[in-house]
Design a protein. Structure first.
Lengths: 256, 843
């Protein structure tokens, strides 16, 4: 049954299960009076083949949501699914496999292993799995990201923008179910940001990649198909086909 | 953020604990050694004191030796005193008692085996006078007949002997005899004499057994109460024949005490050398830890400089940290050292050396030395890193700079390292040729420091080569481990340096041992022609063995060899006496000048080539010699033979030997066989069954036993060096832990992109194995060179062959890799357990 659903997703995304979803997800830190509700009953679905941005002020729980969805953190209650796989049901080895094979990560900084070259960083998840590299896909990625001439360089020999592009290539190399990007352009100048975001956009449009991006930047969010707004650990709104202006407007509304 | 701070603190605590451990072990060793030897010293002092507590005077022969080292030896190296002296002394007014006594070798046999060590099997004439003797009867009665013996309580308890039982006793001058136990004795309140067994006979029997009829070894005198001791001593001296002296009981006690403490100071020096080796290895670990943490704290230290800390303040703060660490570690080591001494004492007890239950002696000196050494080593090791800390530019606080060594400092390192290393080698070579042991030690230390400084230069390429098989075998984790070992060559090299020192010493000893072993075989091959070799305790065995062996059918020539101390040109030497009839059939003297057996038969001296050249002696030289029992005389050098440690440096004929030593015991009997004779070995063996302490070996067996005794000594040295290896491993654990904490973020990232815990462990382990192998390879190279140099310098002392034990060296390499693996287990587990979220959140 599940396989059939999986098969259907290849042809008809609209009817298929979402790439990831959270059901009544809560996460609290501390005890008693000092309790902090980082997530407070979040219900959200991230659609397959879509680019979703998650926005919200600092402390709204957007990073916690991402960590729980990716199996990096365990929720206090509620359920999180990647595809049809429930995160809670997995042990550490299962979670590791899930991250390696089904999820791609792009962090704000420190994305690359300093002792490995750019090329080795890109293929790291494949090498860790002991799998074969899909060479045409690899060539396409490094070409599209403009890092083909940087493959033998170490991270310390690359600019911040180049490092983030290498990280993107690594996130995509296994064609994961879902990519989580946590403020991927937070440390980049505007032109590097634009290049990176365009690439993410293209990978959704052209290769049906599913991406969830946590961001502060309304211009970044404008690259997404949909924006989910979080505040105080709750989903407080969302916006389809956003523009920078409409995002700012929505944020003002929520903030005010 | 609080989580991160706690982690940082924990990291620091762990680092301090691990670094301190390197010092704790060394200080424990130092303290244990000092406490143990002080305790032994005190124990023997009180033992000797109580033995001579009531003895006013002792009468004994003068010793003709200028320097008597042999105060502890039972034969006393003094002439016996005629029995008539006793009567004369008794008549001196003021003398209450004067009792002569004799001592000799008498070893009990229990269950067919000799009890204890032949060197500490004391036979003596029992003196029932409670005032003069410390031997106390606790059961039965004194021996009064020729077949009665009294036994120490320790032996009686251990082997279940009771009064009235029969016991066989091994003796020097006659075949073993059976006695009836008349009583059980203690020495003072102890069950035996510091481990020595006691066999007491009545005076006449003892004189007979120890071949001293009509003579005494010593006469103990008790003064009447109120006697003027000074006057009395003079009065006694007046009745003594020439060559006999009277000394106070206190003098004898003092002589014995100082002889004991001389022997113990040798033991404590030997143990302290190993303690210092492990401290030296610990110094590398401390240096490395402080280097790494100064590097990690670059920003913090630079910030301190920005807010106004002076260079001097920074320097002091780093050294202060080292001093506090050293002090804490020394205090712990001091406490553990006392426990270690207790353990060692118990261990001695297990070997039958029962010490009186005296409490441990803890001198103030022990604490001072232990703390000075512990703090000193720590602070000195931290000077280098502290200097690096003060060179940090304040601006470093603002930039994200890693500890990267520039070209200039690398070049300076190569220059300084080469100079220090070469100076060390020069000192070492000079020390070995001179020979000066202090120079050898200083040279070795300098050489190791030089090698430690140069190691980073080769660390990157060598780690790369050593890591390649791991990368191929383990895939990505192996490759990452290899990369990690290469990313900071200085760290890898400094961590490996500690193991390098340990392995260099181990392999040097292995080379030395293999060379010794090979030399021993060739010594036996070149010196002994006899088919059978009869050996027993080092102190010799019964005179009756040789005649009996010669009567066994098929036995050809039997050669008996004796050994005893004498003085040649004022220096104490060891003299060997051999029976000369048919000597060439049992011994190959390899004469290079003069004659061999005929010269011996003519009462002339043979010397070896080494002695001849060192003392400028040639055939025909007349040399002055002195014997304990016969005094000064001269002897002609009749021949020179090729040096062979098995034979010794000075050989005379048995007739000459026997005329200068009273009742010497043979130390070896050699037997050749007649052509066609069969089962001779079995016949000798059957005959020797009655002597549980004597055995027969073929030449091959003898070679093997020589080699196995060398291996035993090697084993002891390995055990003592193991501590240094352990300290080196602590260094590896320490570095890996620091690296794991330093790379928290990176580990988190690797886990986030799908590295399994098993793979994390494999990565850390690979790095550890590479570090260990790197240290081992350099250590083996240096150690082998060192061992060959040692062996070559000992050519005169009998290492004629140099052998490199390749199998052992490869074994050490494998062992090092395994130890590296073991060292990685904790850091690897820690890295694998890292909380992924916390790791990627950490900054």
């Amino acid at each position: 049954m599940l396989n059939e659903v999986d098969d259907m997703t290849q042809t008809d995304q609209g009817l298929a299960s979402p790439a990831a979803r959270a059901v009544d997800l809560s996460k609290t830190y501390g005890k008693g009076a000092a309790v902090v509700r980082a997530l407070d009953g979040v219900n959200v679905e991230f659609d397959r083949g879509r680019f979703t941005a998650v926005m919200g002020p600092s402390g709204s729980g957007k990073s916690t949501l991402m960590h729980c969805m990716a199996g990096l953190d365990t929720p206090t209650s509620g359920r999180a699914f990647v595809g049809d796989q429930e995160i809670e049901a997995l042990d550490d080895a299962g979670l590791t496999d899930l991250r390696r094979d089904q999820i791609g990560f792009v962090f704000q900084s420190f994305n690359l292993v300093p002792t490995l070259t750019a090329g080795e960083n890109i293929t790291l998840p494949v090498d860790l799995a002991g799998a074969e590299i899909d060479q045409p896909w690899f060539d396409y990625l490094v070409g599209a990201l403009g890092i083909a001439d940087r493959l033998s360089h170490r991270p310390s020999e690359m600019s911040g923008g180049q490092q983030q592009r290498v990280a993107c290539a690594r996130a995509l190399i296994r064609r994961p179910e879902l990519i989580f990007a946590d403020e991927p352009t937070g440390n980049l100048d505007s032109s590097s940001s634009a290049e990176l975001l365009s690439f993410l956009r293209r990978s959704v449009t052209e290769h049906d990649q599913s991406i969830v991006m946590v961001t502060h930047d309304p211009r970044g969010a404008a690259y997404a198909d949909r924006v989910v707004f979080l505040a105080d650990g709750k989903v407080v709104g969302e916006l389809a086909s956003p523009t920078a202006d409409s995002v700012v407007e929505q944020m003002m509304k929520l903030g005010g | 953020m609080g989580k991160v701070t706690v982690k940082g603190l924990l990291a620091r605590k762990l680092r301090l604990a691990l670094t301190g451990l390197a010092i704790v072990l060394g200080v424990t060793f130092v303290t244990g050694t000092l406490v143990l030897t002080d305790t032994l010293n005190r124990t023997f002092d009180s033992l000797v004191g109580s033995a001579y507590q009531h003895v006013s005077f002792q009468i004994r022969s003068d010793t003709p030796f200028s320097a008597t080292k042999a105060a502890l030896s039972r034969s006393g190296d003094r002439k016996p005193i005629p029995a008539s002296v006793e009567a004369a002394v008794r008549r001196v007014p003021g003398v209450a008692y004067a009792d002569g006594s004799v001592e000799g070798y008498a070893q009990f046999v229990a269950d067919g085996n000799a009890v204890g060590n032949s060197g500490s099997a004391l036979g003596f004439s029992y003196d029932p006078n409670r005032q003069l003797s410390s031997v106390r009867l606790v059961a039965g009665r004194a021996p009064t007949s020729a077949d009665a013996v009294i036994m120490d309580k320790a032996t009686a308890t251990k082997y279940h002997f009771r009064v009235g039982d029969h016991v066989r006793v091994l003796l020097g001058s006659s075949a073993p005899r059976t006695f009836t136990i008349s009583g059980i004795v203690t020495f003072g309140s102890d069950d035996n004499l510091a481990g020595a067994t006691l066999a007491g006979f009545d005076l006449a029997t003892a004189q007979h057994l120890f071949n001293s009829r009509g003579y005494y070894g010593t006469i103990d005198v008790l003064a009447k109460p109120g006697a003027d001791n000074v006057r009395l001593q003079r009065a006694i001296a007046r009745v003594l024949p020439p060559g006999v002296q009277v000394v106070s009981g206190q003098t004898v006690a003092n002589e014995l005490s100082s002889a004991v403490s001389d022997a113990l100071s040798f033991l404590s020096t030997a143990l302290l050398v190993f303690a210092l080796i492990s401290l030296f290895v610990g110094a590398f670990t401390i240096f490395n830890t402080f280097s790494i943490t100064v590097g990690q704290r670059t920003r913090e230290l630079a910030l301190l400089r920005i807010v106004g800390a002076s260079r001097r303040q920074l320097f002091r703060s780093v050294l202060g940290e080292a001093a506090v660490l050293g002090l804490a570690a020394s205090a712990v080591g001091l406490g553990l050292g006392v426990l270690a001494a207790l353990g060692l004492k118990a261990l001695l007890g297990a070997f039958g050396i029962t010490l009186p239950p005296a409490s441990l002696v803890f001198e103030a000196r022990t604490a001072v030395v232990a703390i000075a050494v512990g703090v000193g080593v720590t602070v000195i090791s931290a000077i280098g890193p502290a200097r690096r800390a003060v060179r940090i530019a304040p601006v470093a606080a603002l930039e994200d700079s890693r500890e990267d060594e520039g070209e200039v400092s690398m070049r300076r390192r190569v220059r300084t390292g080469s100079i220090v290393g070469l100076a060390g080698i020069a000192a070492l070579v000079a020390g070995l040729t001179a020979p000066t042991i202090a120079l050898v030690g200083a040279g070795a230390v300098a050489m190791f420091i030089g090698a430690g400084m140069l190691a980073p230069v080769v660390a990157r390429p060598m780690s790369g080569v050593l890591g390649r098989p791991l990368a191929a075998l383990l895939g990505t984790p192996g490759r990452l481990g290899r990369e990690n070992s290469m990313r900071s060559p200085r760290r890898t090299a400094q961590t490996a340096a500690a193991l390098m020192v340990g392995l260099a010493l181990v392999s040097a000893i292995a080379v030395l041992g293999a060379s010794l072993s090979k030399s021993a075989k060739s010594e036996v091959d070149s010196a002994i022609r006899a088919a059978y070799i009869v050996t027993g305790p080092n102190s010799g065995f019964s005179n009756t063995v040789a005649p009996a062996v010669s009567r066994i059918p098929g036995v050809g020539v039997v050669t008996t060899a004796y050994k005893g101390p004498f003085e040649l040109r004022g220096g104490q030497q060891s003299l060997v006496g051999v029976t000369t009839a048919g000597l060439p059939q049992t011994v190959n003297l390899a004469i290079t000048a003069g004659r061999g057996a005929p010269a011996l038969a003519a009462g002339q001296l043979l010397i070896d080539t080494t002695t001849a050249s060192a003392k400028h002696l040639s055939v025909g030289s007349m040399v002055p010699v002195t014997f304990a029992q016969t005094g000064a005389s001269r002897i002609r050098v009749g021949g020179i033979f090729k040096a062979n440690p098995l034979i010794g440096s000075y050989v005379v004929g048995a007739r000459y030997f026997l005329s200068h030593f009273d009742n010497p015991l043979p130390i070896v009997v050699l037997a050749s066989t007649r052509p066609g004779a069969r089962n001779v070995g079995r016949a000798i063996n059957n005959y020797l069954n009655v002597y549980p302490n004597v055995g027969v070996k073929t030449r091959a067996q003898f070679e093997q036993s020589q080699q196995s005794s060398i291996n035993q000594e090697l084993g002891l040295v390995y055990v003592l060096l193991a501590l240094a290896i352990v300290v080196a491993l602590i260094g590896i654990v320490n570095t890996l832990m620091l690296s794991v904490f330093e790379r928290t973020h990176e580990l988190g990232l690797l886990r986030a992109v799908g590295m399994k815990r098993k793979q994390v462990k494999a990565m850390i382990r690979s790095e550890a194995v590479i570090i260990a192998l790197f240290g081992a390879v350099i250590g083996l190279i240096i150690g082998t060179a060192l061992g060959v140099a040692f062996a070559a310098s000992l050519k005169q002392q009998g290492i004629t062959e140099i052998a490199i034990p390749y199998a052992s060296l490869v074994g050490f390499l494998v062992l090092s890799a395994l130890l590296g693996l073991a060292a990685a287990s904790w850091p690897a587990r820690r890295a694998a357990r890292l909380d992924v979220l916390a790791a990627i959140a950490a900054d």
